[in-house]
Design a protein around this ligand. Sequence first.
Ligand code: ADP
Ligand code: ASP
Ligand code: MG
Length: 405
Amino acid sequence: MALAVQKFGGSSVADADRIRAVADRIARTRRAGDDVVVVVSAMGKTTDDLLRLADDVSSVQPGREIDMLLTSGERISMALVCMALADIGIDAASYTGSQAGIVTDTSHTNAKILEIRPGRLLSALAEGVVPVVAGFQGVSTDNDVTTLGRGGSDTTAVALAAALNADRCEIYTDVPGVFSSDPRVVPNARRLHSVSFEEMMEIAATGGKVLALRSVEFARNHHVPLYVCSSFTWEPGTWVIEEDPLMEQPIVSAVTCVVSEAKVTIIGVPDRPGVAASLFRTLADELVNVDMIVQNTSTEGITDISFTVPQNELAVSRAAAERLAPVIGATSVLVDENIAEVSIIGAGMKTHPGVTAQMFEALYGANINIEMISTSPIRVSCVVRQEQADEAVRVLHAAFELDRA
Ligand code: ADP
Ligand code: ASP
Ligand code: MG
């Protein structure tokens, strides 16, 4: 008898019919003889709706209260899934993150899991009861309700799988696995049979939101077998696995895109030691997550520095840059929200020269201008105009023949 953690995302529990279908799937796993711990997200777009409601009510939104508000979404799902299970004769009990023993730090809206005390879940399993856990939430060391950041139910599922030493963690979503690109943008994207943890982390970090980045990091660090598949069909899905050093890796596996970044440019920066240090220290002190950085070659000792940040950190980044500009003797600060970052990802890139050139040629062929570039050993990312983002993704998907088996 194996133990599976099964996580169902928002679209998988979006309405009464979907909830009954989820209960049916859990029941089949149980009747096949396996134990199951279920993790659920809030129904459909509930989390977005609650955030909009908060915006309508107030411009002052303490993290503690946002967390209290958002965690209610997952509570609705967990209770309804238990009722649907009861209806088909499966004993189940719901648990909030706190009841499931998920202890986090005190960083409201983006808390990190510190510890899992799975006692109650283990007792439920021992009694033959299916625990249904509210995803995306925990309880802080200060005894307050916290959330784990958007998409955090994936992290709940993987963390529970690790803590319970589960045989597998299954992520059920609205597409049948991890694809060579977002199937909503690239209709002929292909499902990947498997993807390495390294590639999956790059995919998740550059816009492939099918798995939350932290869940993939957690799975890799704790060796959790992770499987992504559809809750709508019975097709096979995608395994996320350790890279096999003996196997030849695909040169490019996936193309991703992020449109939620903004570019900040500081014009007329004196080119002398210490200037970049003070700029990025100021941003780090504001807890800004700087992504790409470009510094132009200087002419007559003056240069421009551009960097990208998440749009929701643009206001503090801009304020910090504007505060610092006169101090370092820079001329002005420009911001640009109309950007997109497109990336190609593939473990085989490490050993194949020419991939970057091919990417640039493909974008050039479609008359798409590259504004910034960054790379990792298995990724190349380019900033382009936001209105050209979807075209850039499709052009790169075709150039690397990702629609072919
Ligand atoms: P859930 O609510 O189940 O957590 P998400 O909306 O968070 O689902 O993630 C699933 C979505 O991720 C898909 O509907 C798809 O549009 C998007 N997506 C983006 N990139 C990819 C990719 N490379 N492969 C699969 N899905 C992707
Ligand atoms: N409901 C949360 C969100 O929408 C968590 C999740 O779905 O994983 O971000
Ligand atoms: Mg998700």
